[in-house]
Write a protein that binds this ligand. Structure first.
Ligand SMILES: Cc1cc2nc3c(=O)[nH]c(=O)nc-3n(C[C@H](O)[C@H](O)[C@H](O)COP(=O)(O)OP(=O)(O)OC[C@H]3O[C@@H](n4cnc5c(N)ncnc54)[C@H](O)[C@@H]3O)c2cc1C
Length: 509
């Protein structure tokens, strides 16, 4: 009925709008599907198309699996996880090897086309996509090389978190990841990356020991470089917490991995919000200070409060013992099980199709326990939540994230956080043409007002869950590291090729 719904608009624009633009190298491209699933060559672009007088690098042609607006695959290829944001790129390049990324970046520079880097498509402001530009998508770079003797794993940057956790899990190995399997491993790691293993192993970026990254080179070219403690160590530092779309396109990541034999998983549910004060208080005085092997999340919804916990290399009984100050409140429904980390992780995933279509979050870190007044703010906003899927999410910090940083350090600054938290509104049905649009203004306002009401009690924000309306986002994300990040940006991306709404600007020369 509604011909102007966002989905119809997407199809209409895909067929007619951006596709009208013709640029050198794109017309001949098509779907090429180049083979190769290992690290690609580290070379500059050298393929040729029609002559570009201003180009100093030979004119580049797009390679890889290429999707353009007139292709039937376009609508699916452009859709992000958060359907609140819809973009119409001129072309999407699904890289099959590093060379495709080098070619795409060179092509974008030579043709002066806006570019975005994309992996798992979970950017919470839709910033991994762009209207009328090129999306360089590395999600098909899926491979893994695990060195069990050295306890390292080098992976293609296109793995999802679920793929990474289950691949490593088969060898009883692990790195920290976030808890949502469909999130891109590189997108999460490059902004920090926390989850159930954070208190045991630190942030995901703490385990990043090397990377291959395609950076801008010369006046209009691109090249792949290696980053580790001996090669470009300043960039390794920057990629550990500030690497998302700022310096280049990461094509592979090498992690230090840890042996994990098994985990105990506990889930507790309280009906309603009646016990909120006591549960929150017990949580904030227990979870951030518990045995480092215990990782926990508290999720407060209007109809219920949920506690999730993972104890590394421990029993269900021991996990419940560590959680006793929280579990002893009220009458929660408690479930516990033990298994390999890969299996447990796969089991608690919720299929994307069952998640709301639209989401709006606001991220905040907290270094002091919430006073009663702050918990009341949480209670009153949750009472008025726009939908039952909307929630206040809390992740306990402390443990390894506080006590140990890797050699070379990281750009991720929030080491003293007691916990991370975010109000998040979720609404609308996936695949539904209407997509919950009538709730959109209410959900947006609820998230903004909720986070504003908590401002007296929080400090700092998480770049992976960006706060669009925040004036001091630079220091909120990176604290005093921001000036150093600007200098590193000037060194590796002087012309500011990699830019988006909250990207790091190069320091003035
Ligand atoms: C449902 C959900 C749950 C989440 N849970 C957690 C959690 O438990 N813990 C946590 O830490 N975070 C969590 N996050 C935040 C998540 O870490 C970020 O959204 C992350 O940046 C998404 O990465 P992506 O690759 O999926 O997204 P994309 O949209 O593909 O990319 C996100 C950003 O990273 C950049 N980027 C992606 N790949 C590369 C690359 N290879 N090289 C350079 N830049 C790149 C993009 O340009 C973009 O700026 C969650 C997000 C969602 C939506």
């Amino acid at each position: 009925m509604d011909d102007l719904s966002r989905r119809n608009l997407l199809k209409a624009t895909a067929a007619a709008g951006a596709g009208a633009v013709v640029l050198p190298g794109i017309a001949a491209a098509g779907t090429q599907g180049m083979a190769g699933n290992g690290p690609g060559s580290s070379s500059s672009a050298s393929t040729t198309s029609e002559k570009h007088r201003s180009a100093k690098t030979p004119p580049a042609e797009l390679t890889g699996r290429i999707v353009r607006p007139q292709d039937p695959a376009y609508a699916k290829a452009t859709l992000g996880w958060d359907e609140l944001f819809v973009h119409y790129p001129l072309v999407i390049v699904f890289a099959q090897e590093t060379r495709d990324v080098v070619n795409a970046l060179t092509w974008a520079r030579q043709n002066d086309v806006a570019l975005r880097v994309r992996s798992g498509r979970h950017s919470l402001e839709g910033w991994s996509n762009v209207d009328n530009g090129i999306v360089i998508d590395i999600s098909e770079l899926k491979w893994a090389r695990i060195d069990t003797a050295r306890l390292t794993a080098t992976v293609g940057a296109g793995l999802s978190q679920l793929e990474a956790v289950t691949t490593l899990g088969k060898q009883d190995l692990a790195v920290t990841t976030g808890s949502e399997g469909s999130v891109g491993l590189s997108g999460a790691t490059l902004g920090g990356g926390f989850g159930f293993l954070t208190r045991y192993l630190g942030m995901a970026c703490d385990s990043l020991i090397a990377a291959e990254i395609v950076v801008a080179s010369g006046a209009d070219g691109a090249k792949a470089i290696r980053v580790d403690l001996n090669n470009n160590p300043d960039l390794l530092w920057a990629l550990r917490g500030a690497g998302n779309g700022n310096f280049g396109i990461v094509t592979s990541l090498t992690y230090k991995v840890a042996p994990i034999k098994s985990v105990a998983y506990v889930q507790a549910t309280w009906d309603g919000l009646n016990d909120l004060h006591r549960i929150f208080n017990a949580y904030q005085y227990t979870a951030p200070f518990a045995d480092n092997r215990l990782g926990t999340q508290l999720e407060i919804h209007k109809p219920q409060i949920l506690l999730f916990a993972v104890l590394v290399n421990g029993s269900e009984a021991r996990a419940k013992e560590l959680l006793a100050p929280i579990l002893s409140i009220g009458n929660p429904d408690v479930m516990a099980q033990k298994g390999g980390w890969g299996d447990i992780y796969a089991r608690f995933q919720i299929p994307i199709t069952k998640e709301p279509a639209n989401w709006k979050f606001f991220s905040q870190f907290t270094t002091e326990p919430f006073p009663r007044k702050a918990i009341s703010v949480v209670g009153s906003f949750m009472h008025d939540a726009p939908t039952d899927d909307s929630n206040y999410f809390v992740q306990a910090f402390g443990g390894a994230v506080k006590t140990s940083e890797p050699p070379g350090g990281t750009a991720f600054p929030h080491r003293d956080a007691l916990f991370y938290a975010e109000p998040g509104a979720g609404w609308g049905t996936r695949g539904d043409e209407e997509s919950g649009d009538p709730i959109t203004p209410k959900a947006q306002a609820w998230t903004a007002e909720f986070s504003q009401a908590l401002r007296p009690y929080v400090n700092g924000a998480y770049v992976n869950v960006p706060n669009i309306g925040m004036l001091d986002w630079e220091t909120a994300y990176w604290g005093s590291n921001f000036d150093r990040l600007r200098k590193i940006k000037a060194k590796y991306d002087l012309h500011n090729v990699f830019q988006y709404e909250q990207s790091i600007p190069p320091a003035p020369c």
